[in-house]
Design a protein around this ligand. Structure first.
Ligand SMILES: CC(=O)N[C@H]1[C@@H](OP(=O)(O)O)O[C@H](CO)[C@@H](O)[C@@H]1O
Ligand SMILES: [Mg+2]
Length: 484
């Protein structure tokens, strides 16, 4: 998949999909980085090295699925992929412009002989819309739920694909698409990452109190919701809020279906403290914390019967074990209690609605809409399940971000020496606060996260920790500035 996701239009990159449509196995990542970094004249020998080291049988026919996002540089890079594969006599199936999760879906379909769904873009729309419409049995509106919502498409591929998909949804969901790429620049002042990090309304979307709004990122694998209340205050409903609502919903359905399965939520250190508390202490569902990066979350979630994972930034999905599906099918087929059958069938429909291969903005949005509809909730009702602790994320430029090392799922800083001590002493100044630092895996920066009981405290703490990072980890460029 040629894309640089939520990053600026000028950037580009590649995401590799494994044969089950999931994230690439970590051991292949090293090889991919190695290959990406050799000089042009060494590409052939590096490839030969990988073929030998991994005992790749070059006589086995291969097929590479390729797609790209809407960036200007994408077709050119896609051509480079085609040339590379063809030079090794491989076969390329070029799907053109797709969202990242659509490509993941297609790979899974192909390699499960289409058991997962029909292996085409249309197959994707049909599978999702069928499940969605099946779940929406009692009309488009219900209780406080209204079926209309505004989409910020980040001026990217998600907006294009939603235009196509809308036809399959009929009257079921009334999405008005903004930032569809016809005027604005990709991810510029809009999109899920902008909304999450800046905690404000994106440009290009009308602001009206109480209206449910949703933002995709540039390759449509992340989604966040937001709205303005009657006092024009901005409210963000991020990956944590999605994970919490979806888990509570699944828990209720499983209990109604009378099936006993282990349900687990996987989060990262960026999960809001309020969400973690709510899940473990109110919902009483086990919650585990893993290092940042979807590969960590996905693999940990697969260890449970039902694993819900979301990064706070809105990337996530739910994965279901074979045992889960078997148990539910048994209830649907043989339970003598209609309400149990109905609940089990609902979970089966939810499973079909979810893109289990990877986080998928379109599919996750339909999932959220399904739960809201079934509960009869407005976006404000959803927002009230718990109140986020105010938080702030900052970046610090340092000469070498590898000087920062961490442990305990990145929540504790190991080096440089006295940095963790300094963080502890800063957090002790603010009630119920938390802060951590880690080197970014995708940008040449150190990320700082802080949360506290007030926005002022969270902003101040993030700034103070940033200053420490700058001082102790070799900051470069201008020093972090206090919040204004
Ligand atoms: C704080 C944050 O949002 N970090 C993002 C970001 O990773 P960094 O390693 O923080 O640069 O990009 C990753 C890939 O999209 C995503 O998985 C992750 O959650
Ligand atoms: Mg993305």
């Amino acid at each position: 998949m040629i894309t640089a996701s939520h990053n600026p239009e000028e950037d580009n990159g590649v995401k590799l999909v494994d044969p089950m449509g999931e994230m690439l196995e970590e051991e292949w990542e090293k090889l991919a980085s190695q290959l990406a970094n050799v000089s042009d004249d060494q590409v052939v020998s590096a490839m030969e090295g990988i073929i030998t080291d991994c005992s790749v049988d070059m006589n086995t026919p291969s097929s590479v699925f390729l797609a790209y996002d809407t960036r200007q540089s994408s077709p050119h890079l896609a051509q480079a992929v085609i040339d590379g594969v063809q030079s090794l006599e491989g076969h390329v199936e070029n799907f053109g412009i797709l969202t990242t999760p659509q490509l993941h879906y297609l790979v899974r379909c192909k390699n499960t002989n289409e058991q997962y769904g029909a292996c085409s873009e249309e197959g994707y729309y049909r599978k999702l819309s069928k499940a969605f419409l099946h779940l929406r049995t009692v009309g488009a509106s219900k209780g406080n739920y209204q079926s209309s919502l505004n989409l910020d498409g980040a001026n990217g591929v998600g907006a294009l694909k939603m235009k196509v998909f809308q036809k399959y949804l009929g009257e079921g969901l009334n999405v008005t698409i903004f930032n569809d790429g016809s005027k604005g620049k990709l991810n510029h002042m809009c999109g899920a990452d902008f909304v999450k990090v800046q905690q404000k309304i994106p440009e290009g979307i009308p602001v009206e109190a109480g209206v449910r709004c949703v933002s995709f990122d540039g390759d449509a694998d992340r989604v966040v919701y937001f709205y303005l209340d009657d006092n024009q205050k901005f409210h963000l409903l991020d990956g944590d809020k999605i994970a919490t609502m979806v888990t509570a919903y699944l828990k209720d359905l499983l209990s109604a279906a009378g099936v006993d399965l282990d349900l687990c939520i996987v989060q990262t250190a960026y999960a809001n403290g309020s969400s973690t508390y709510f899940i473990s202490d109110i919902l009483k569902v086990p919650v585990v914390c893993v290092p940042t990066g979807v590969k960590h979350l996905h693999h940990r979630a697969q260890q449970a019967d039902i694993g819900v994972y979301f990064e706070a930034n809105g990337h996530g999905t739910v994965v279901f074990s074979d045992k889960t599906i078997e148990k539910l099918e048994t209830v649907v087929k043989s339970s003598s209690r209609p309400e149990q059958k109905k609940a089990a069938q609902k979970v089966m429909d939810v499973i079909n609605l979810i893109n289990q291969t990877v986080g998928d903005a379109i599919s996750d949005m339909l999932l959220v809409e399904t739960v809201l509809h079934d509960r009869g909730w407005s976006v404000a009702d959803w927002d009230q399940i718990y109140k986020d602790l105010p938080n702030r994320q900052l970046k610090v430029m340092v000469a070498d971000r590898k000087v920062i090392t961490t442990t305990d799922a990145e929540r504790i800083c190991v080096t440089p020496d006295s940095l963790q001590e300094a963080i502890n002493s800063l957090t002790s100044k603010y009630l119920c606060s938390r802060a951590f630092v880690r080197p970014s895996g995708t940008e040449d920066v150190v990320r700082v996260y802080a949360e506290a009981t007030t926005q002022e405290n969270a902003d101040m703490l993030a700034y103070e920790v940033s200053k420490k990072v700058y001082q102790l980890a070799g900051g470069v460029g201008s020093e972090p500035q206090p919040p204004v």
